[in-house]
Each structure stands twice: as C-alpha cells, then as structure tokens.
Design a protein around this ligand. Structure first.
Ligand code: NI
Length: 186
C-alpha cells in the first residue's frame, strides 16, 4: 500500500519517534508499505514519520550511489530501533533533498562516518559502521526519528529565504509526483 507522504508543517515530523515493541503487529507488511511508498516517490530513503507513524523505523536503498561507490550496488536495508553510537570524520557537504520538503534542495554538512546499532527486518541486531553516501542517508533518515529536518541545519539567512516556500508546502501548494498529506487536513 502506498501512503501519502507527510510534509513540512505536519507535527508528526517534529516528534521524537517511539521504539517499536518486539510484538509489533505485521512488521513485514509495514516494511513492505514503506518500500512501496519510497520507490513510488523515487526516494533513496524513507522514515516512518513520513508516512505519519511516529515509530523508530526507516528504510534505505542506496544503490543509486553505486556509480561512485560500487559497494552500494546491493545496499537495501531496513533500520529498526536504530541508535547512532558514533559520528566520526570530517564534515562534508552534499546537496540534500527530502520527500517531506518537495522542491527544496540545499547543501548540508554532516560527519563522514556513522556507527549505528539497529535491528534488521528479522529483528536481528547489528552494529555497523558506514561511510560515504550511506552514512549521509542514514544520518538524514535518523534525523526524521528525532523530529529533525535538513532545513534545521541552514543558517538564519537561508532559512529566511526559504520561509515562503516552506509555508507554501505546509499548505499543500507544491508540485509532487507522489501523493502528500496536507498538514491539518484529514
Ligand atoms: Ni527526509
């Protein structure tokens, strides 16, 4: 099932998401819906708050980064109840976008590597370190679970320049190839 994507102005994107319990109902189906929604909207990653669920789950398919980083060719992972243990390396800048911030792209600086503990789709625990594009996407998606969006990192001037665009998004006045959930509407 393809969900409409929540956008800037929706309170669910500002909440700290809750961990899921081991007896979470229909996890397979939930993840399937996350993947379906992500691929439908051409996203590289999708976090549960972006489909209106305030739980600590995100999915990432970073295979589009394989041109520059061949080891990403089969990078398709679900991260459940993730916990960032360490951020290391120099910060580097990349132009980021987000399905919840349609038509906005901005340069964001983030540390180079991330060490993360998480459960996979079978609820098996992993502790792994990622670098490059994967580390970038993981940090972006993890922020969604903390109620953060990439525009939060911009300087005050950039934020001011984006204000009218953000207001328009929150009213649903934006063009997207996928369905969005307009904040405040049922
Ligand atoms: Ni995002």
């Amino acid at each position: 099932m393809i969900y409409p994507v929540t956008v800037f102005g929706d309170p669910v994107l500002r909440k700290v998401a809750e961990p899921i319990e081991k007896d979470f109902d229909n996890l397979d189906e939930f993840l399937e819906n996350m993947w379906e929604t992500m691929y439908h909207s051409d996203g590289v990653g999708l976090a549960a708050p972006q489909i209106g669920k305030s739980i600590r789950v995100f999915v990432i398919d970073a295979s589009s980064g394989a041109d520059e980083e061949p080891e990403l060719a089969d990078f398709k992972k679900a991260f459940i109840n993730p916990e960032i243990l360490e951020l290391n390396g120099d910060e580097w800048t990349m132009n980021e976008g987000c399905l919840s911030l349609p038509e906005i792209r901005e340069d964001v600086s983030r540390p180079e590597t991330v060490k993360i503990k998480y459960l996979d789709e079978n609820l098996e625990e992993h502790v792994e370190e990622f670098g490059g594009f994967a580390a970038r996407v993981i940090q972006h998606e993890y922020d969604h679970l903390e109620g953060k969006l990439f525009v939060d990192y911009l300087n005050p001037l950039k934020k001011r320049l984006l204000k009218s665009k953000l207001t328009a998004i929150s009213k649903g006045k934006v063009h997207t190839s996928y369905k969005i959930r307009i904040p405040g509407k049922k």
